[in-house]
Design a protein around this ligand. Structure first.
Ligand code: IVH
Length: 667
């Protein structure tokens, strides 16, 4: 006898649980186990069922993350207990002073610190009642904040439902990852919108908007660091509350550490000062909290801040210097970018002599003139930028954008609604140089030796007018160039030859299509497996690929509709480049769901290569070892990452074993 179909309500409940489980794997643990398309299908199914049966729709359903209607304004709500800030320690001595005060107040009692990274975002309280998220409130003035519940719902790492039925509150930081931040600013630059100065501002700008669909599009994350019931810590120790939050499904920073004394705490601070550039999010210091809640109570508060916690602040990676000139650079897409030429100054250990000014509006906003003293900032690996003018020069010169391309003299124009000017000549030598350099770059076609100096000569002498010309270069032509011996010319010809074998994804990213960076190129190659297909598919079909929206699809079409570009593609085909690859379902493969960390030097593979192989097999590669690391691959002279792996009991393998698992037979 056929089994009766389960009732709709049951199907809906099961679907929700499945979706929540996968959101947790993806957004909280960074370890998805099903392809994105599968997740999308589950969500689509749920949406359809809820549309057909609206009586079953609930505010905590995963379909409700999309962001509702814009509102008129924010409602103010009081906090359960004040959201205080922290006292700062700016150096070792100040941290030791803090520790001394703690010791004096606690007497003989032993105590421990929980060290956490100080995330550069904005704090938010999120309340849960009867197992569902009920309210999210920004910090505001500490006593009263703004109700941003609708916006917070769109943050995927924040659970809408939890297994705990009693009311509680979590406090934590809303942040935007470095990568998402850079992409957001790139997009804003393309759209001609003002750029966000730092991830913190962009997280704030994304959370405190009246239209939740904007928040939904911003890839915000939430990392929880307090668990409160009735406005008070509800566990015996801070560490236990972090573990509890983790168990409830919150994202809690995995890089926390329990320190037995101030020396261990200081070591943690120093370690992460070294590592901060390699973290996926921006930090500005370390927060140390006394672990025991009863000791926290004993220590109490000053009027502004707890006596049981301190923020150890890293030195701002900012410095002051003079703008000696402003010159205009022409980029690969023809964009004219004003660049400040600075009197060289060290910023956080790196010498800086250039800073981007983005566009004309930015210069006006800063009120900058040549000769002014400015504050520059460096964050992560991005190009330094001018944050403010600190002293206006008396005889400062105003800067005006040129009226024609400074390189080729062609017309320049702002495209629809953009703030950036672009040179309209597609064969402008500046654009050409940049696009050849991009094509040859290590993470693109990896043509070693084809750097700025060589490209400059090749373009100036008319030997290279587009990227296909590279493959017609003869050794004698190269030998005739400045600073080029027989040996190096030979090497470059070999490297050019080798680049014919690069995978399709690299070639696609090498073409320099607007909005198509490394990641999108990889997605296109994996989805369609054929350059000719990508070149001819209509926009709607291109959008079948993950992360490819109307804008990217239109840019791809625009590129391939151009007859010069089509001719270029034909020449690349004749040059023997790879136009096809196997179609791959993304995120599944033998390594799906596994996170690797690479350390040391490997006998045959370069780091980049090992990373690419793992990613191709569906695995992830992270920069540092944590409990979530599945496997550490260690080579010669592996350092602290190996120690950390041993300490955490993470599996360690060598290159040979990696290759075996990847089912690759070493040559
Ligand atoms: S604890 C009373 N932990 O830093 C305790 N704050 O200067 C207050 N922050 O307003 C917060 N990461 O926005 C704490 N792991 C962390 C943090 C953190 C970033 C921010 C938070 C707070 C500010 C305090």
């Amino acid at each position: 006898m056929a089994k009766a179909a389960p009732p709709i309500a049951q199907i809906i409940t099961d679907l929700r649980s499945q979706i929540e489980h996968n959101e947790h794997l993806y957004y909280v643990l960074d370890a998805p186990t099903i392809p994105d398309a599968h997740y999308d299908a589950l969500l689509r199914k749920l949406r359809e069922l809820e549309e057909a049966h609206p009586e079953f729709r609930t505010p905590d359903s995963p379909t409700q993350r999309v962001g509702g209607k814009p509102r008129e304004g924010f409602v103010k709500l009081p906090h359960s207990a004040p959201m205080l800030s922290l006292d700062n320690a700016l150096n070792e001595a100040e941290l030791r002073d803090f520790d001394r005060r703690v010791r004096e107040l606690l007497g003989e009692e032993p105590y421990r610190y929980v060290a956490e990274l100080k995330l550069d975002g904005l704090s938010m309280a999120v309340h849960y009642a009867q197992g569902s998220m009920s309210r999210a409130i920004t910090r505001g003035d500490g006593s009263v904040g703004e109700d941003v519940t609708e916006n917070a719902r769109t943050i995927r790492s924040l659970p809408l439902r939890v297994k705990e039925k009693e009311s509680f509150e979590t406090r934590g930081e809303t942040i935007i990852g470095r990568h998402a931040f850079e992409r957001l600013n790139e997009q804003r630059e393309q759209d001609g919108l003002p750029l966000y100065a730092n991830p913190r501002n962009s997280a704030a700008g994304s959370l405190r908007v009246l239209d939740p669909t904007i928040t939904a599009a911003r890839q915000l994350e939430y990392m929880a660091y307090f668990y409160f019931v009735n406005g008070e810590p509800a566990m015996e120790s801070h560490w236990a509350s972090l573990e509890h939050l983790t168990a409830l499904g919150f994202k809690v920073n995995p890089l926390r550490r329990l320190c037995k004394d101030v020396d261990e705490l200081l070591a943690y601070c120093q370690e992460f000062d070294q590592r901060r550039d390699n973290l996926p999010f921006e930090i500005d210091g370390v927060v140390a909290k006394i672990d025991s809640i009863s000791q926290q109570r004993k220590l109490g508060y000053t009027s502004k801040a707890p006596r049981w916690a301190i923020a150890y602040k890293y030195a701002a990676r900012q410095a002051e210097t003079i703008v000696e000139d402003i010159r205009v650079q022409v980029g690969r897409t023809g964009a004219l970018t004003p660049v400040a030429h600075l009197r060289e100054v060290p910023v956080g250990g790196v010498k800086v002599s250039r800073a981007t000014l983005h566009n004309e509006e930015e210069i006006q906003r800063l009120g900058l003139k040549i000769g002014d003293t400015v504050r520059v900032e460096r964050s992560g690996d991005v190009i330094p930028k001018v944050v403010s003018v600190v002293k206006t020069a008396e005889d400062g010169r105003s800067f005006l954008m040129p009226t024609e391309c400074p390189i080729c003299g062609s017309d320049i124009r702002k495209l629809d609604g953009e703030v950036i000017l672009r040179c309209l000549n597609i064969s402008c030598p500046a654009r050409l140089k940049q696009s050849v350099e991009h094509y040859a770059a290590r993470n693109v076609m990896d043509i070693d030796g084809m750097g700025e100096a060589l490209v400059e000569q090749l373009v100036d002498q008319g030997l290279v007018k587009n990227i296909a010309d590279l493959y017609d270069l003869k050794q004698e032509q190269l030998e005739a160039l400045e600073r080029m011996g027989r040996k190096s010319a030979e090497k470059i010809i070999q490297n050019l030859d080798a680049s014919r074998q690069r995978p399709l994804s690299r070639l696609i990213s090498g073409l320099g299509i607007s909005f198509v960076g490394e990641r999108t190129a990889q997605i296109l190659a994996d989805t369609f497996g054929d350059l000719d297909k990508i070149a001819t598919l209509p926009e709607e079909q291109l959008q079948a690929a993950e992360e490819v929206g109307p804008k990217v699809a239109a840019a791809i079409r625009l590129y391939f509709n151009d007859e010069h570009n089509r001719a270029l593609i034909e020449r690349l085909r004749k040059a023997g480049l790879k136009f096809t690859q196997e179609i791959r379902t993304r995120a599944v493969g033998p390594m799906a769901g596994l996170t690797f960390v690479l350390t040391g030097t490997f006998p045959t593979l370069k780091r980049e290569e090992a990373k690419a192989l793992i990613e191709e097999a569906g695995g992830k590669v992270a920069g540092s070892v944590s409990k979530k690391t599945s496997v550490v691959v260690a080579g010669e002279e592996a350092g602290s990452k190996l120690d950390k792996a041993k300490e955490l009991g993470v599996e360690v393998i060598d290159e040979a074993e990696l290759l075996r698992r990847l089912e690759i037979n070493p040559a």
